[in-house]
Design a protein around this ligand. Structure first.
Ligand SMILES: *Cc1c(COP(=O)(O)O)cnc(C)c1O
Length: 359
């Protein structure tokens, strides 16, 4: 950190490495390549806001990033720094989105991407992304936590840059989402709700809010509410979970790498990290879809948690931001499991009329 924040003009660039370069480890030697990450919409949802009983409810649509998740914010910086330092290849463990993002930014910079993922546990859209971007994929018979342990050791043994969130550039890039929220609202919200898996993102948002507060770009700090899936809630239990299980595969993690960052964000902000069940997650997933927001199950966890706990916290006048971390298109299997009205008919007007009950 060398100086205060950059003033944002009336038409801020979407390119976060330029827009927030004063707050990031970006130098003249850092390659400036972009896929258009950041600058994501902050959308108010009045119906859901009334249902939750909060003053103002916004969703930060990180699903609108180039590969469909917030991972792009950290990856644009991390892969640029790896290229700057002369890396020829990157490696990561992933529940899907990190690998999709790593593969995209690696190909942008002309690097090889190696991704290690838990076999049978990655949503189909995410696997498709890693395939088309040209990553070399290793499916391991184990969990994300196993995959992370393996890639950490591989990065020690071989000349390949590790781009998981144990790489500090990831958190640095991801904190720009907090800057954007403050820049847009004019201050920090009173409450931020966020899903927690490996816990890099809650760590990053807290860092972003604290930096803006120190630079007097924000007059207050938000409370941080993190939500884990009940079957993968080590931070709630207070110890690692050996066999994490949840429909929300992006947060199916038993031993978060940023454990300390998450508990610091919780404690310093007067916040909480709680668990929501898969049923509550899928309920919020369908509820969000009825507002026009199609997210992946992990993202819905934070809205599930807000709906569950808002009343007890008395947020009637509070502004709340929920982070929609990834796009629903990544996980078509979950979407196709939602009950829908479907008809099969002959391709004739009368047949369709009859199926619809209009005939
Ligand atoms: C990675 C991810 C998360 C979890 O973020 P962490 O930084 O691992 O806590 C949540 N939702 C989606 C869609 C993700 O890709």
């Amino acid at each position: 950190m060398t100086s205060g924040p950059t003033a944002t003009g009336p038409a801020p660039t979407r390119f976060i490495l330029d827009r927030y370069r004063e707050q990031l480890p970006v130098s003249a030697a850092t390659p400036r390549l972009t896929l258009g990450e950041g600058g994501t919409p902050l959308v108010r949802l009045p119906r859901l806001e009334r249902e939750a009983g909060v003053g103002a409810l916004y969703v930060k649509l990180e699903s609108m990033n180039p590969t469909g998740s917030f991972k792009d914010r950290g990856m644009v910086l991390t892969v640029a720094k790896a290229a700057e330092e002369g890396a020829r290849a990157v490696i990561c463990a992933s529940t899907g989105n990190t690998s999709a993002s790593a593969a995209a930014y690696a190909v942008l910079h002309g690097l090889r991407a190696y991704v290690v993922v838990p076999a049978g546990r990655v949503a189909m859209g995410k696997l498709a992304q890693s395939i088309v971007y040209g990553a070399e994929i290793v499916l391991v018979d184990g969990s994300f936590d196993d995959a992370l342990r393996i890639v950490r050791e591989l990065a020690d043994r071989h000349s390949v840059a590790l781009v998981n969130s144990v790489n500090p550039h990831r958190i640095e890039g991801q904190k720009t989402a907090a800057f954007e929220i403050v820049d847009e609202l004019g201050d920090a919200p009173e409450l931020l709700c966020i899903p927690v898996g490996n816990a890099g993102n809650i760590t990053a948002y807290w860092r972003g809010f604290v930096e803006y507060y120190r630079f007097e770009r924000a007059a207050r700090l938000p409370r941080m509410w993190g939500f884990q899936a009940a079957g993968a809630a080590p931070l709630v239990a207070g110890h690692p979970v050996e066999h994490p299980e949840t429909v929300a595969t992006a947060i199916r993690i038993g031993n978060p790498a940023s454990w300390q960052g998450a508990t610091e964000a919780r404690d310093a902000s007067g916040g909480a990290i709680r668990a929501v069940t898969d049923a509550e997650i899928l309920d919020a997933y369908r509820r969000l879809a009825r507002e026009g927001v199609f997210c992946e199950p992990a993202s819905a966890a934070c809205v599930a948690g807000l709906l569950k706990h808002a009343r007890e916290a008395d947020l009637r006048d509070a502004s709340v931001v929920c982070v929609i971390t990834g796009s629903g298109l990544k996980d078509p299997d979950t979407a196709l499991g939602v009950e829908a009205v479907r008809h099969e008919t002959a391709a004739r007007v009368e047949a369709v009329e009859q199926a619809l009950g209009w005939g």
